[in-house]
Design a protein. Structure first.
Length: 253
């Protein structure tokens, strides 16, 4: 048995789970925030390349994140973690991580920290571009989502539908993104972005939105506007509800 196989079979400690999910979620937001920054910020070589580039970029960001965090199951998303919890799963990954209050909190905190750190690194990559003159709302949009038509109730519905689709398919076919494999999850996220992402920017992940939104609030750059905290609850509540509903329904089907 080679060393890689031995490592894969060894039970994970919660410290290892935390590190894995921080790393995976950081890669997710680094590449995700990065592609939006490239499309929206002036003087970037990919400036104004459009929505399709953003959706492909986020899909590939998921591919990278799942590869980075495979040992912990690559949740990368509190909606996935809570969906697994609601589904009655006994383990959060094949690494032998039992579903407990402690392990749940480790996953959730790691996802939030990773999302924040990934956004900070993306900001560093585009540091000079953030100082260029640009609509402050576009600078915020590189970090977090916002609706094209602001209607909080229907915005929540959109996020519930998108996140339900993500988590239900993961739970039905593979239990965690890592077990489904990075490529199928990539295409799933790409499909959600192209089909359902237009109204709200498809957060479908509370950490993906809140972590970078906090980064936007604390990072220094010129021309920064508000953080739109009035909307910030939507990409938290919608994905959590969608993930939990998916978990509950997966018990039936």
């Amino acid at each position: 048995m080679n060393a890689l196989a031995t490592a894969a079979e060894a039970p994970l400690s919660l410290t290892q789970v935390f590190a894995s999910e921080v790393l995976g979620t950081a890669f997710l937001t680094l590449f995700g925030v990065g592609v939006v920054a490239g499309v929206l910020l002036p003087k970037s070589k990919s400036f104004d390349s459009g929505w399709i580039v953003i959706t492909f970029g986020w899909g590939l960001a998921v591919f990278v994140g799942v590869c980075a965090a495979w040992r912990s199951g690559a949740h990368l998303n509190p909606a996935v973690t809570l969906g697994l919890l609601a589904s009655g799963a006994e383990e959060y990954s094949k690494g032998g991580v039992p579903v407990t209050l402690g392990s749940t909190l480790v996953y959730l905190s790691a996802e939030m920290l990773g999302a924040f750190l990934g956004a900070v690194v993306a900001w560093a990559a585009f540091r000079k571009h953030y100082d260029e003159e640009c609509d402050p709302a576009l600078k915020l949009a590189t970090f977090s989502t916002g609706p094209e038509i602001r209607s909080y109730g229907w915005n929540v519905v959109t996020e519930i539908i998108g996140t339900f689709s993500l988590v239900y398919i993961i739970l039905t076919f593979a239990h965690t993104p890592a077990e489904l494999g990075p490529l199928p999850v990539t295409f799933l996220v790409l499909a959600i972005g192209i089909s359902l992402g237009g109204p709200t920017g498809y957060a479908i992940n509370p950490a993906r939105d809140l972590g970078p939104r906090i980064a936007h609030a604390v990072l220094p750059f010129r021309g920064k506007g508000g953080n739109d905290w009035g909307y910030a609850w939507v990409p938290i509540v919608g994905p959590i509800v969608g993930g939990v509903l998916a978990g509950l329904l997966s018990r039936i089907f």
